[in-house]
Design a binder for this molecule. Sequence first.
Ligand code: CA
Length: 231
Amino acid sequence: MNSQIHILTIEDEKSMSSYIATFLNGENYKVSSAMTGSEGLSLAAVLRPDVILLDLGLPDMDGIEVLRRLRSWSRIPIIIVSARHEESEKVMALDQGADDYITKPFGTNELAARIRTCLRHNKSASSKIYRALDLEIQFEKRSIRLRGEQIHLTQIEYQLLTLLAENAGRVLTYNFLMNAIWGPYIDDNNQILRVNMANIRRKIELNPAQPQYVFTEIGIGYRMLENECEA
Ligand code: CA
């Protein structure tokens, strides 16, 4: 089934591009490679790949600009491939509609997991149950259980946790979460978000300092553990 899945990489570094292509070919993905932003844009339009891996540092065009142009006509899942010094661009890219990001240097397992998550979220409507380790959320019943025991969350905590759970495996930026829960007019440097997250962690994590369910992506946002019901 994997053989039909087509991945386009837009990456100017030859060694990185062939490292990714070799690995993905081995996983039975079909891979096309573009070395510049403009080549990437035209290949994306012609080939209509299932996933795009987009490097932010391209020779001819800003990666963010490539992303913007892709998003003007397409919902193809886009994973940003970025270098460590591109932190702020990464956040911008996620807020502009990128689905996820991966930081160089990365392992092939991590890349494979990111691609699987994107493909899953793209094809399936969100699942009715979130289950991972000892945590179970039944969205329609508004029920959250930890080791079988009902957990009581405030309205805001519930909205925040279910938003993360519906997007399990993907990073959601601070901006995105602030907007989704509190709207665009609140400006408190994400303090209210951190306070609510701390409260959620006290209720669901064994050790809030070493979370098992909701991970902090420093400077970027939060990512919830993959939903076992979608695997
Ligand atoms: Ca580059």
